[in-house]
Every structure is written in structure tokens, then in C-alpha cells.
Design a protein around this ligand. Structure first.
Ligand code: PMP
Length: 452
């Protein structure tokens, strides 16, 4: 690769030509003027092929919670490879250790069992298959704006980014998945105000369930046929949207009332990012199944489904998702990642940095009319840009301009949101207050330039 700009601009031209032909007017992938080719990473920094340095607020989409190129992970990988490279299906010391640890750290004071997988999507599929097999029911409830993956089963559960159109007809979607609006209070789908809404978004689900039929009116769906509800404790790919604390508790009540399983997809929110090991801890609510992925592998594909023991008990040998599921390398790294998070005190550090970050965000908002709102806990934060704070009209073009200008100024973050007007910041969870200062120095300057 000779030059970042030259090559990526070529790719972009090809991509845009394809989009123009297949999806005229589609703006889904136009967020970068040119995507950068990243060659190297260290800590909270990455470098592109031209040697330009960036502050990384994407972290491999939340896979690098402990930062890039930690030598402790490199060492574990080498040691484990020479000890045992991979072993199919049977227990290994690393698998046993990881399973025990995951049982210990995930929410839920009940007997658990764990199944290991590779990607987040694998974990979601495994959870859905298990929930359906265990309950002998077929229907799954999920939320608009959610991201649970893009493979055959998970695509139907995913509501983020309008991706369905790429894959129509979406398997499962039409006959056994029902999606509801998420508690996105800044833009309440029901035009309510948080505080006086009486959690209307949950009440709607309750009413539908009580009516015995979902909105699809499908004869196979409805209250008696719901196996599980899958929900992100905070909606990540939709723009780091944080629901009110009681949202998960209300969903727990619904699950108990109607007897379906509650699955928390903590693939992006888990392992320290929100200032607790898992985001659901902020609500004090335990699901029946917790999904862990991304940061667990710190660059190596690794994910896990942690469930109430009885959910997995009736599924016997062969109920795995891949020959590489729970690979020796993945498990060894998973164990090391959790050890690093615990021994380096990263959760405490992240919570403390989060307090500092909260002040920086408030200062930033008061200085910039373009900022409509923000959400934050730990180092999990998203900012929403609007043309007018009263009308909340999404500042789509300004946000695209912002993400490109931030990239040029050496700061990488993620553009997303229901209206493509949010930026999410996903730094390694061990960033310092000084790192927060440097992020906001750039953000402040670039936002002023875009606003001018
Ligand atoms: N669930 C959530 C909440 C995610 O953020 C993602 C990935 N963005 C997935 C599932 C899918 O994970 P993967 O890309 O590893 O399949």
C-alpha cells in the first residue's frame, strides 16, 4: 500500500459507484471522505499507512478495551500456542478457567452454565437457539435501533442502520421476530417527556403481550409463543444511547409476568466500558442470559453465552456453534483480559475518568449550540448534533463534516445514530484524564470550525 489517501479514494469511488447503482441516494456509507488504512496501534493511539497518528476513540469497535498491543496479551498468545493450539469440544484448562470466571463476574445470583463461541453474532445465535430449544417457543422480541449481528438469524433482530434492505427477505424476521421502540428519551418515539411518561415504551409491550397477539398479527406469534426478549442494556451501534435506569427493571418485570427469557446483549457494553464490569449492573437487574464478546478477545475472536444452568442443561453434546468455539487461544486471551481489567483496577479507573468526562461533556455542550444532547457513563459516551435545540432537527451534514474534520485533526470516532447525527466515542477504558483533555481540545476546536 503506497498511500492511504490514494488507495482509499479508489475504494471509495468503487463503493460509491456500486451504491449509486444499487441504492441511489443512500447515505449509509458516505460518512468518511475517505476511510483511513490503519497499520499500527499502541495503547490509545493508532497510525495509518502514511504514519499519521490518531487518538483512537473507536478501539476496534470496542474490542480493545485494554488498549492496543498490550505485551501481556502477546505473551499469552505465544505461550498458549506452544502449549496447546486448539482442541475441539472437550474441556481444556483454559476453557475451564474462563467458564468459571465468567460465571463469577456476570450478573445473576443463580446457577449458571456457559457456552463459548467466536463472534458476537455467534453468541447471539447460540442464545436464541438455546432459548427456543429450552422454552419450546419460537418468537423473539427485540428493539428498533438494536445491533445484534448480521448473520442469518441475528440480522432479523438487528434494527440499526437500516441494514435490512441489503438482505431482504430477512430470515426469521417476518414470522417470529417482533421489534419495539427503545427507550431513546431524547427523541421519545411516543412524544412523551421522561419523568411523566410512566415508561410508556414498556407499557406498550405489556399491552401488546396482554392482547395475546403481536402487531404482526401472525397466528404463530403472540403472548404464548415468546421464547425471549433480547436487549442491549445501552444501545451501542445506534449511537451510545443510554435508557433510564428503570428500563431494564421494567423489562425484567415483563419477562417474569409473561414467562419469557431476558437476554442482555453486553457484547459492546461489557467488560468495564461503562464503569462497571457489565452495564446492567447500573440498573441492578440480572438477565437470564448474558452475552459477552468483543473485548473478551482483545483482537482474537472470542465470545460467550452465560445462562441460567437449566437453559443449557437440556441441550447435549454437539450443541456448539463452531469448531473454533472456545479455542485455546481465545480462552487464554479471555482469561488474561479479565485478569488485566481486575489487576490493573480498570473498572475503578474507568468510573473515575467517567466522572471527569461528564464535566468535560457538560462544558462542551454549553459551548456549542450544535450539541443537542449527550449520554455518558464511564468512558461510554455519545453526542447528538442538531441544527436547532428546540426543534431537534438532526444536523446530518454537520455531523458528517465533523467526523471527517476530526479524523483530519487526528481523532477517530464513530458516526452513527438513528439519523446519522451522533458520534460515539469508544476509547480504551484505561484512558487517563489527560487523554480526556486532549480529546476535548480537538473536539472543541473542530466543532467551532464546523459551526462557523
Ligand atoms: N451485539 C452487539 C451489541 C454488538 O455491538 C455487535 C457488534 N457491533 C454484535 C452483537 C455482533 O458482534 P460481531 O460483530 O462480533 O458478530
Amino acid at each position: 500500500v503506497k498511500s492511504n489517501k490514494e488507495v482509499t479514494e479508489k475504494n471509495r469511488e468503487a463503493l460509491m459507484a456500486f451504491l449509486e447503482e444499487e441504492h441511489p441516494g443512500d447515505v449509509l456509507f458516505t460518512k468518511w471522505d475517505y476511510p483511513q488504512i490503519i497499520k499500527k496501534g499502541k495503547g490509545n493511539r493508532v497510525w495509518d499507512v502514511d504514519g499519521k497518528e490518531y487518538i483512537d476513540c473507536i478501539s476496534g469497535m470496542s474490542t480493545m478495551n485494554i488498549g492496543h498491543a498490550d505485551p501481556r496479551i502477546a505473551e499469552v498468545l505465544k505461550e498458549q500456542y506452544l502449549e496447546l493450539d486448539n482442541w475441539f469440544d472437550f474441556p481444556t484448562p483454559q476453557r475451564i478457567k474462563l467458564v468459571k470466571k465468567l460465571i463469577e463476574i456476570t450478573p445473576g445470583d443463580y446457577k449458571k452454565r456457559v457456552r463459548l463461541a467466536l463472534s458476537g453474532s455467534d453468541a447471539v445465535e447460540l442464545a436464541i437457539r438455546s432459548a427456543r430449544y429450552h422454552t419450546k417457543k419460537t418468537h423473539i422480541l427485540s428493539f428498533y435501533g438494536a445491533y445484534h449481528g448480521q448473520n442469518t438469524a441475528t440480522m432479523g433482530l438487528t434494527g440499526a442502520g437500516g441494514m435490512h434492505r441489503w438482505y431482504n427477505p430477512v430470515p426469521m424476521a417476518d414470522h417470529c421476530i417482533e421489534r419495539f421502540p427503545y427507550a431513546y428519551c431524547y427523541r421519545c418515539p411516543y412524544d412523551k417527556e421522561y419523568g411523566s411518561c410512566d415508561m410508556h415504551c414498556v407499557k406498550i409491550i405489556d399491552d401488546l403481550m396482554a392482547s395475546g397477539q403481536t402487531s404482526l398479527g401472525n397466528p404463530f406469534s403472540g403472548v404464548n409463543n415468546v421464547a425471549a426478549m433480547i436487549v442491549e442494556p445501552m444501545q451501542s451501534s445506534a449511537g451510545y444511547i443510554i435508557p433510564p435506569r428503570e428500563f431494564l427493571a421494567e423489562l425484567r418485570k415483563l419477562a417474569d409476568k409473561y414467562g419469557f427469557l431476558l437476554i442482555f446483549d453486553e457484547i459492546q457494553t461489557g467488560l468495564g466500558r461503562t464503569g462497571t464490569m457489565f452495564a446492567s449492573e447500573h440498573s441492578g437487574v440480572a438477565p437470564d442470559i448474558t452475552l459477552v464478546g468483543k473485548a473478551l478477545g482483545a483482537g482474537v475472536p472470542m465470545s460467550a453465552v452465560v445462562a441460567r444452568a437449566e437453559i443449557f442443561e437440556d441441550a447435549g453434546p454437539g450443541f456448539i456453534c463452531s469448531t473454533y468455539a472456545g479455542s485455546s487461544l481465545g480462552c487464554a486471551v479471555g482469561n488474561k483480559v479479565i485478569e488485566i481489567i481486575e489487576e490493573d483496577g480498570l473498572i475503578e479507573q474507568c468510573a473515575e475518568t467517567g466522572n471527569y468526562l461528564a464535566k468535560a461533556l457538560e462544558t462542551y455542550k454549553s459551548a456549542h449550540p450544535l450539541v443537542g444532547s449527550y449520554s455518558q457513563t464511564g468512558v461510554y459516551y455519545g453526542i447528538e448534533y442538531v441544527l436547532n435545540r428546540e426543534t431537534k432537527e438532526p444536523a446530518v451534514e454537520a455531523t458528517a463534516e465533523l467526523v471527517n474534520a476530526l479524523r483530519d485533526a487526528g481523532l477517530l470516532c464513530q458516526l452513527n445514530g438513528y439519523y446519522n447525527n451522533r458520534l460515539s466515542f469508544i476509547p480504551p477504558i484505561n484512558i487517563t484524564k489527560e487523554n480526556v483533555d486532549e480529546i476535548f481540545e480537538i473536539l472543541d476546536k473542530v466543532t467551532s470550525e464546523v459551526e462557523a
